[in-house]
Ligand binder design. Structure first.
Ligand code: NAD
Length: 330
């Protein structure tokens, strides 16, 4: 199949090209995101391959179908950026990569916890400046701390296992709890209990109307003083101005973000020689107890290899008009 690949970076090309060759697909790479303004680039292709910040809303889906692109291959797990109802109506088949490496994301979430707790991000700069003082770097032992996990799907489950390995108590909330929870040392509880009892809360649920701004002023008010919040799911699960208020009041002790509600025009780009126009992100960056990474949790060679292989295999199944286990249905 001929596929237009949007939001491409050199590393995408490096992993996608060999996989495409093996499956006999022809890829055209575009650096730009897929939006209403760029959708015309898909002309002459059987489908598009997109990532987390491409916009596949109703008008874009109509345009894609009109251009003859009948397939959308998401090279990510989350699918909050596509109008699946529109795709269904237009006869466009949509596939994704539901699990490329839950370990990559879970391990990154744990990395954020360790770095924030032990102030590794600050220690790095200090020591390089010849400042070997410890004042301001005090952390806490993770053993026996209560870690709340919201969403125990593929990533949340791996995350829970890792923190269990640290000797933490794991409290979890999921709309579909796993039967094997208690056996694995994971205590399921209502969201209210998870939020009120946990010293660390890590978010691993998808972005849906129910989880939009799940962490808002009300939720923060109910949390423990000095709580650490980690978000590697989707930015809009957190109401960012609310967490800024929580950080200013001291209620939130640490915040680790790999995702941000308004990341679409910022993340994955080098803006180092420009003035940051997003005041909310700029404010977040002023806090010493906030650590932000630019949607890099998935970014391991294992995950990129798996994403490329699954994406091309998904497209091959669509080409043969086979059923595809990774197809998203409205
Ligand atoms: P998954 O579908 O395997 O698991 C999601 C879990 O959340 C499921 O168990 C589901 O029942 C639960 N859930 C759904 N609605 C909920 C709610 N209202 N409250 C609590 N739990 C709820 O997904 P996954 O592979 O574990 O990925 C989780 C999320 O992580 C994805 O949706 C995606 O947004 C994000 N993600 C981020 C990165 C990154 O690089 N930062 C990479 C991959 C995925």
């Amino acid at each position: 199949m001929k596929i237009a690949v949007f939001s491409t970076k050199p590393y995408d090309q490096r992993f996608l090209e060999p996989a495409a060759k093996e499956h006999g697909h022809e890829l055209t790479f575009f650096e730009t995101r897929l939006t209403a303004d760029t959708v015309g680039l898909a002309e002459g292709n059987d489908g598009v391959c997109v990532f987390v910040n491409d916009q596949l809303n109703h008008p874009v889906m109509i345009e894609l179908a009109a251009l003859g692109a009948r397939h959308v291959a998401l090279r990510c797990a989350g699918y909050n950026n596509i109008d699946l109802n529109a795709a269904k109506k237009l006869g466009v088949r949509v596939v994704r990569v539901p699990a490329y490496s839950p370990h990559a994301v879970a391990e990154h979430a744990v990395g954020l916890i360790l770095a924030l707790n032990r102030n590794l991000h600050r220690a790095y700069g200090r020591v390089r400046d010849g400042d070997f003082r410890l004042e301001g770097l005090l952390g806490f032992d993770l053993v026996s701390r209560t870690v709340g996990v919201v969403g125990t799907g593929r990533i949340g489950w791996v995350f829970a296992q890792i923190v269990r390995g640290f000797g933490c108590r794991v409290l979890a909330y999921d709309t579909q709890p796993r039967a094997e929870g208690p056996q694995a040392g994971i205590e399921y509880a209502p969201l209210e209990t998870v939020l009120t009892q946990s010293e660390i809360v890590s978010l691993h649920c998808p972005l849906t109307p129910e989880t939009h701004h799940l962490i808002d002023d009300r939720a923060i008010e109910r949390m423990r003083a000095g709580v650490m919040i980690i978000n590697t799911s989707r930015g809009a699960v957190i109401d960012t101005p609310a967490v800024i208020r929580g950080l200013k009041s001291g209620k939130i002790g640490h915040l680790g973000l790999d995702v941000y509600e308004e990341e679409a025009d910022i993340f994955f780009e080098d803006l180092s020689d420009r003035v940051l126009s997003d005041d909310v992100l700029a404010r977040l960056l002023t806090f010493p107890n906030v650590l932000i990474t630019g949607h890099q949790a998935f970014f391991t060679s294992d995950a990129l290899h798996s994403i490329a292989e699954t994406t091309m295999s998904n497209l091959s199944q669509l080409e043969r008009a086979d059923t595809c286990p990774n197809e998203l249905l409205a």
